[in-house]
Design a protein around this ligand. Sequence first.
Ligand code: ZN
Length: 343
Amino acid sequence: MSHPFSLSNVKNIIAISSCKGGVGKSTIASALALELASRGLKTGLLDADIYGPSLPSFFQLHEAKVQANEFKLLVPVEHQGLKLMSFGFLLGDAPAVMRGPIVTRYIQQLLFQTDWGRLDFLVLDMPPGTGDVQLTITQSVKLTGAVIVTTHHNLSLVDTARGILMFEKVQVPILGVVENMAYFTCPDTGKKYYIFGEQKAGALSKRFGVKTLVEIPILEAMSGDMAAFKPNEYIRKAADGLLQAVDNMQSFQTELKDAGFRDGRVVLVFSDGRELSADAFDLRANCQCAVCVSETTGQRLTDVQKIPPDVNPAEILPLGNYAVGITWSDGHSSGIYPYHLFK
Ligand SMILES: [Zn+2]
């Protein structure tokens, strides 16, 4: 029998998000979902982009008719073992002109009144941006984590950082960044040209501890025709990275129980009894925040000599499930320190 709570048998919900439109977010979300399904994982894809649903045209399902079952739940459309639901199935391709509360209601209907059944992964293709609709979604469901899709061209650290911070605010870990249209490979020499610069994602990963799952070159940037989609090496790599990140995160599923300062080290104690620590001065001196390191040049802006040798944490706050924020005794408070810095 189908369960009345449509998400209760969904193991992992992954939000695919972008800070701007036009970076290929929906294409990546669809391709990742197809790749997960092809690996035998029970997968669903929810096109939550209520303003511009792309799923019906991607999968050439313009005529798809969504039915309700005996429990008044919407039955997803199936394609190559993937369960699909889109606002576009309910409305057709006509763009929706809707505001605030109505949008929220429709999104919640798609989320909670679709009969997803048992799923290993539900991939949520989020509407672009970091506004109210996005926040509603992140607060309505327990997301396992988020993947941020960006391009070098549009990659502004400020925008992407805003996206990361939105998820952090609601304690949703960032599983990684997919950089679409990252470089151009010369067909004659095979040499890579990062025509938009290659340092940017590195800065993101240093600053927030987020990993780049894959860089997809310009010519391989996929078209939105999923009916004929064949996963390429880049999507396989992104899927590998995503599964690995979910695994790593679950090994940290135990919560941070206590944090403190002992023998010059910042100590984190987890609810399963594990203890990790890092030298307090090293953490402070290698801080990667925007105050400490220039976003444009990557150069260190603070004078390490001026940090008191006995610097110690005045306050330690958990961020998401993968990092702590520390307010230091010297007043510095903008750094984020991922768990992987602690041994
Ligand atoms: Zn800093």
